[in-house]
Structures are given as structure tokens and as C-alpha cells.
Design a protein around this ligand. Structure first.
Ligand code: ATP
Ligand code: MG
Ligand code: MG
Ligand code: MG
Length: 562
């Protein structure tokens, strides 16, 4: 591509609204432009990188046996009403009406739409397990869209869903996707950790988030350098030792995110009441009251799910029920059944209000997902104290460290929540009707692009690794007015195109300084500089991530590049 004709609007200054490197650089280097808050246009360079990342994801999904589909973004409200999420998803879900006053939502995620396909089209165990995926824009009316592509209101996601005949089969599909995710993030060259996330999945099964380590990450993870242990500290359940934490409220404030301020009020109720064995609890969140009813044991396909729970919001002014929360664990990927802890993670109505869990385990403390100010280590000397950096990691190897991370992926054992609510059943090999068991697996594709820029940049611009770079080679002709420079650059450009090498050719009538600065900003891995020695067919070659340049004759250029 000739840069003189390409839409690459580079800027000298950082845009005022951008606070972090990836946002600044993607705007300055001409990859993206904002259309509205949290809504971005991918310009040609941005689109090329996005496609590269998609390709890696697609290859690994296909290799893992997942099948690509494309669902519609626009979804009828009825689907979301069947699952219950119409009432629980809150204002992050973009809702609208058509000309006949029928209600719709723009897909924030696609569990419902995918489940509706499976329940209609797959009725036998013979087709199971089946994993389906798509790469498509998602819509979430985020409360605080920010950091450019990192938290948008419309963003590109790869979302996959597995449909299984049993929990054992789900375990395998989950592991399969987990492994594919590791390969994807490794191939992209990212420094990441797979962390234990919300432990509230059905049947006590796990969910993991893939976190790119970065100072600008909104999550905090606890990990051990010398073992595989890593957990998202946000998702760690509050223990029923809550009374003990009450003394150090100050510390809790420090670690909780703004959205979690009301945690204390909730935990005040839950912590005490559940210990006393009460089955229903009302707690106050802002000016609303939430009633939580635990239903005790519950069976899905012969697997015991404990303390499945209903909750509803009661507006005390009118005494009317306004919202019904179904199930527990209202992550944005949806409700999942609760294990033996009773969890409340409400994400409903106007604001995401609380993100709280509460429970007891047999040992009397919780030390799985470590959260300072919230989780405890058994102190042999005294009774309990909060987890701190430097404590032994829960697996006994190494010590706990804290770091910030960007959530680029999330794998989730959903269990039968959607399949049950939406009637997705199949006939097993003895002809018995059973409910499907599901998993869901998301990757933020556009967020991953931004996360890569966070990890791959220097003070001059982006430094793309080959596998994601918009082009492999950047030709700079320093003075195209000089005939021999223009001709040589044109010829090299043609040679590269013949070889099928992706090349951007800066043929603009700009000063050399401008070209160098733009080239650094854009970050293409290999640069060919056509300058003074063009008459002798000699050019300079420089890697974006190295300082040194080497002179090379045109005749041996192709060997150098390959
Ligand atoms: P977050 O905690 O950052 O709000 P999430 O847990 O709500 O993310 P999921 O429902 O797990 O997100 O969606 C799967 C993936 O989609 C996430 O792991 C993330 O990479 C990406 N994603 C989610 N929300 C956004 C967003 N607003 N902008 C860009 N990517 C997003
Ligand atoms: Mg979210
Ligand atoms: Mg999250
Ligand atoms: Mg998530």
C-alpha cells in the first residue's frame, strides 16, 4: 500500500482525552478514531491488526474443533426474558423497540441466541459435545467507557459456547478451550496469567480469566512467581468471618473498587444471618432492598447444586417487586448456580450495585482467591488475619504477589442455567431426556489489540511483533523527488508485492524526519530506508525493536527479509 494514498491520519500530539499509552498511540498513529463515547472506528491500519488477531484466534478455535457461526446482533427480548436476564442484566444491556413496539436488545453476549439454536436443532446426544463460536461486535452500555478500545460500548468479541451431555464432558470442553486460549495468548506474545476467577460456578466448578499483566489493568490479581497459582482478587468470596474484618474497614475500602462500596452493607446482613441459618435475608443497597431466598439443594442432571438461590428487589416505597434475580453469580456472562457458599452478585436495574459473595467453608476460612482486606490466612499464632503480599501462596509454593491485569479472556462453566430456563434438552443413549450442560468462552478481540499496544510500545510509538503487525515491511523513500530514490523504492515495493510480503510504502513528499517519526509511531517490524546510496542500489534495513541499521544491496534484500 502506498502511504500517499492511505488513510493514516497521524498526529503530533497526544489526544487530550487519552490517559494511557494504548489509547494515545492508537489515535496518534492513525489506527482508530472515536465516533462517540466508547464507540470507535477502526481505520485501515487498525482493521489490519484486528484481522491478524482474529486469524490467530480463528486458527486456534478451529484447531480445537469449534465451529464458526455468525449470530445476529439484534435479538428479540423474548429470548432474554426466557433466560431471565432481561430482568437482571441491568442498563448495560442496550434495549430498543421496533416500529411495532416490540422490544429488542443488542447482544451483550450470546448465550440465549446460541441456546435457542441448539434447543431447536440438536436433540440427540450423538451430536454432543458441540462447541460453536463467532467473532462479532458486542454492545454494552458501560457505565464508564474509557481507555479507548480497552472498555468500549461496542467492541469485538470472540465468543464460544460448548453444549455438553454431562458435567464431565463440560470439564473436557472447558479444558480444551482453556488450552486454546493459552495458545492464542502465547502466539500473540503476551505476558499473561490465567487466573482463578469467581468460584461460584455450578457444582463448585471453576472459571478462569486470562489477564494481561499491565499497570493500566482494572483488575488486581494475586499470583505466585514460583507456582501456577493465580487468582483475581476481586472475585474472592467474603468469608463468614466477616465480623473480624469489620475492625479493619479502612483496609477494605482501599482494595474495593468504586462499584463495590455497598459490599459492606450486604456482608453485614449476610455474614451474620447466614451463620444463624436463616433462609431469607433482606439487605439494603442504595435505596432499594434486595430479598435473597436460598432454596437449598437442587439437582441438575443428577448433580447436586447447593443453595440455589432466588432474590428479588423490593421497592419499599411502593412495596412492589421490581426485579427478580434468578440464580446467582451475575457476571456479565450470566448467572451460574452457586456452590455451597451463598453468593449474591447483583447486577441489575439502573446501576451495577453490588458484587458480593458470602459464605462459610468447613475450614472456617477462605484462602482460595486471595483478596487483601477480605480473605484471611489462618495465623497459627493468633486466629485470623488478612492476606498480605508475601504470605505463602495457597498451593504452598512461593509467596503471594499482587499485580494489575487486563481481562482479555474468560472461560466459564455455566452448567445448566440457560439450558434449563430455555428448555434445551436432548435424548441420551438410553432415550432419556436430559438437560444440556453449557460452557461459555469469551475473548475481547479489540481489547486484546489495545492490551498488545500496552505491552509492545516504547516512547516513540508502537512496536508490533510480526504476528499482529499491520504490515511486515515499511519502505521509506527519504526523498522521492530524487529520481534514483523514487525508482529504487518503487522497484523494491514491486519486488515485495511479487513475493506476497505485506508492505507499506511511504512515498509521500514529506521530510525525512516526519517519515521516521511516523514510522516509529506506526511500529511496523522491519524498515527499509531508501536514501543517499539509492544510485548504487544500496538501502538501509532497521528493525523497529533495535537501534542499529545495516546497509544491504537490493540483490540480497529478499533473503534478509525472509
Ligand atoms: P470486564 O470485567 O472488563 O467488564 P467482563 O467480565 O464484563 O469484562 P465478559 O463478559 O467476561 O467481560 O466478556 C468476555 C470478554 O470480552 C472479556 O474477557 C473482555 O476481554 C471483553 N470485554 C468485556 N467488556 C468489554 C468492553 N466493554 N470493551 C472491550 N472488551 C470487553
Ligand atoms: Mg463487564
Ligand atoms: Mg470481568
Ligand atoms: Mg469476564
Amino acid at each position: 500500500m502506498r502511504q500517499s494514498k492511505m488513510l493514516v491520519p497521524t498526529l503530533k500530539e497526544n489526544p487530550a482525552e487519552a490517559d494511557i499509552a494504548s489509547h494515545q498511540l492508537l489515535v496518534r498513529a492513525g489506527y482508530i478514531r472515536q465516533l462517540a463515547s466508547g464507540i470507535y472506528t477502526l481505520l485501515p491500519l487498525g482493521k489490519r491488526v484486528l484481522t491478524k488477531i482474529e486469524t490467530v484466534i480463528r486458527q486456534e478455535m478451529d484447531r480445537a474443533g469449534a465451529q464458526e457461526m455468525l449470530l445476529s446482533a439484534l435479538q428479540p427480548a423474548e429470548l432474554w426474558q426466557e433466560s431471565g436476564r432481561w430482568y437482571t442484566y441491568g442498563s448495560e444491556l442496550m434495549r430498543m423497540k421496533d416500529r411495532h413496539d416490540r422490544e429488542f436488545a443488542l447482544g451483550a453476549t450470546h448465550e440465549e441466541a446460541m441456546t435457542s439454536i441448539l434447543r431447536n436443532e440438536v436433540g440427540t446426544y450423538k451430536k454432543l459435545p458441540m462447541t460453536l463460536y463467532q467473532i462479532q461486535n458486542k454492545f454494552r452500555d458501560e457505565k464508564r467507557p474509557r481507555f479507548g478500545l480497552l472498555r468500549g460500548r461496542e467492541f469485538l468479541m470472540k465468543d464460544a459456547y460448548s453444549f455438553n451431555e454431562s458435567f464431565e464432558s463440560l470439564d473436557q470442553s472447558y479444558q480444551n478451550m482453556y488450552d486454546a486460549y493459552c495458545r492464542i495468548f502465547e502466539r500473540l506474545g503476551l505476558n499473561y496469567r490465567a487466573v482463578i476467577a469467581d468460584s461460584g460456578a455450578m457444582g463448585g466448578k471453576e472459571t478462569h480469566e486470562f489477564m494481561v499483566l499491565s499497570e493500566v489493568g482494572e483488575d488486581v490479581i494475586a499470583y505466585s512467581d514460583t507456582s501456577k497459582y493465580a487468582a483475581n482478587v476481586e472475585m474472592a468470596p467474603v468469608t463468614n468471618e466477616y465480623e473480624k474484618s469489620a475492625e479493619t474497614t479502612g483496609e477494605m475500602e482501599k482494595v474495593s473498587t468504586p462499584d463495590r462500596k455497598t459490599m459492606q452493607e450486604v456482608a453485614d446482613y449476610l455474614g451474620h444471618e447466614l451463620e444463624r441459618g436463616l433462609k431469607s435475608i433482606m439487605f439494603k443497597v442504595d435505596d432499594e432492598y434486595v430479598l435473597v431466598v436460598t432454596r437449598g439443594d437442587h439437582e441438575v442432571n443428577d448433580v447436586k447444586v447447593k443453595n440455589f438461590m432466588d432474590a428479588k428487589v423490593v421497592d419499599l416505597a411502593t412495596e412492589e417487586d421490581t426485579v427478580r434475580l434468578m440464580g446467582t453469580g451475575f457476571g456479565s456472562l450470566g448467572p451460574v448456580g452457586a456452590p455451597k457458599e451463598v453468593k449474591v452478585v447483583a447486577d441489575y436495574a439502573v446501576e451495577p450495585l453490588v458484587n458480593v459473595s458470602c459464605g462459610a467453608n468447613e475450614e472456617g476460612y477462605h484462602y482460595k482467591n486471595v483478596t487483601p482486606g477480605k480473605d484471611f490466612v489462618p495465623d497459627e499464632y493468633a486466629d485470623m488475619r488478612f492476606v498480605e503480599e508475601g504470605d505463602p501462596s495457597p498451593d504452598g509454593e512461593g509467596v503471594i504477589k499482587f499485580a494489575r491485569g487486563i481481562e482479555v479472556g474468560h472461560v466459564f462453566k455455566l452448567g445448566s442455567f440457560y439450558a434449563e430456563n430455555m428448555g434445551a434438552t436432548f435424548l441420551d443413549n438410553s432415550g432419556k431426556s436430559r438437560t444440556m450442560v453449557m460452557g461459555s468462552y469469551g475473548i475481547g478481540v479489540s481489547r486484546t489489540l489495545a492490551a498488545m499496544v500496552e505491552q509492545f510500545h516504547d516512547d516513540k510509538g508502537i512496536v508490533w511483533p510480526k504476528q499482529a503487525a499491520p504490515y511486515l515491511v515499511h519502505i521509506l523513500s527519504l526523498n522521492p523527488k530524487k529520481e534514483e530514490q523514487r525508482v529504487l523504492a518503487d522497484n523494491i515495493y514491486a519486488d515485495l508485492l511479487d513475493e506476497g510480503i505485506e508492505v507499506l510504502y511511504d512515498d509521500r513528499p514529506e521530510r525525512a524526519g516526519v517519515k521516521f517519526a511516523d514510522s516509529d509511531l506506526i511500529g511496523i517490524p522491519l524498515r527499509i530506508i531508501v536514501g543517499k546510496r539509492a544510485g548504487e542500489e544500496i538501502v538501509e534495513v532497521k528493525m523497529r525493536n533495535e537501534e542499529s541499521k545495516t546497509e544491504i544491496a537490493r540483490s540480497s534484500l529478499m533473503d534478509e527479509i525472509k
